[in-house]
Design a protein around this ligand. Structure first.
Ligand code: APR
Length: 236
């Protein structure tokens, strides 16, 4: 029997119930930090120590939190042979992976990785025992290292495979994003004509003229429970 291809596109809201701050909600991350100072190439060049410490602080917090029910329900769907599940995320946390998701495409990079400033393909994994980085840290290849994060105004190399996944989806599910940042926000426009889109968010943004969008105005864990029922009903 043909598997139902379900593609998820998640934002900070999917990790909110794990205790990870979103960016633009009240008291969000960007309310407390000057975005361009801590999340842009210019900011990194101007004060690398500040940027390294900003991401060290986010790693410290990440090591204190765990996946929530929404991450778990997505991973559980992957285990169900009737579905072919792919996860695209704007998040740099590893909560989808820690919940058991095997196929996660990160659009904006990964917090627990660093890469050479001279060779963007040279990436090293950090660990719970070794995650503090400084401008003095060198990779095993002797290069200065930087967060493996897509800074503002940098290219989003994974958007191409992400658009392909969206185009192939039988069902496209957007969870916990303000749809404020492109190209990620444009993924729902890449789905094939007639593909149902579900948008799970307690305070959903406008989806413009995109067709076939059903808004589930719930937080991620509650919305995912409703979505699982909808997906099972689609199996007949
Ligand atoms: N469950 C689901 N969604 C939630 C929850 C929750 N418990 N709590 C908040 N949200 C929703 C908010 O309503 C909002 O729509 O999560 C969304 C968070 O929006 P943003 O903070 O803008 O996060 P996101 O859309 O992921 O930001 C995109 O912007 O700053 C850059 O690179 C950064 O990847 C990030 C990108």
């Amino acid at each position: 029997m043909k598997k139902l291809k379900v593609v998820f596109s998640t934002g900070a809201g999917v990790s909110a119930e794990s205790g990870v701050k979103t960016f633009r909600d009240a008291d969000g991350l960007w309310e407390n930090y000057p975005v361009m100072q801590v999340a842009s190439a210019e900011g990194f060049a101007a004060d690398p120590a500040l940027v390294h410490e900003f991401y060290n602080a986010r790693r410290r917090q990440l090591l204190e939190v765990v996946p929530n029910e929404a991450h778990r329900l997505i991973a559980e769907l992957e285990e169900d042979s009737r579905f072919d599940v792919k996860v695209i995320t704007q998040n740099i946390d590893d909560l989808h992976e820690r919940a058991g998701s095997k196929d996660v495409l990160h659009l904006h990079g990964e917090l627990m990785k660093i890469r050479s400033v001279k060779d963007e393909d040279y990436v090293e994994e950090l660990s719970a025992d070794d995650f503090e980085t400084t401008p003095e840290r060198r990779g095993r290849n002797g290069h200065p290292m930087r967060p493996h994060i897509v800074f503002f105004n940098e290219a989003v190399p994974n958007i191409t495979p992400a658009m392909q996944l969206a185009a192939e989806a039988d069902v496209f599910v957007v969870i916990g994003t303000s749809l404020a940042v492109y190209p990620a926000a444009g993924l729902m426009s890449c789905v094939a004509k007639g593909t149902p889109i579900y948008y799970i968010d307690p305070n959903p943004a406008s989806t413009g003229g995109v067709a076939n969008v059903t808004v589930i105005r719930e937080k991620a864990s509650v919305g995912m429970k409703k979505l699982v029922d909808i997906l099972h009903s689609k199996l007949g």
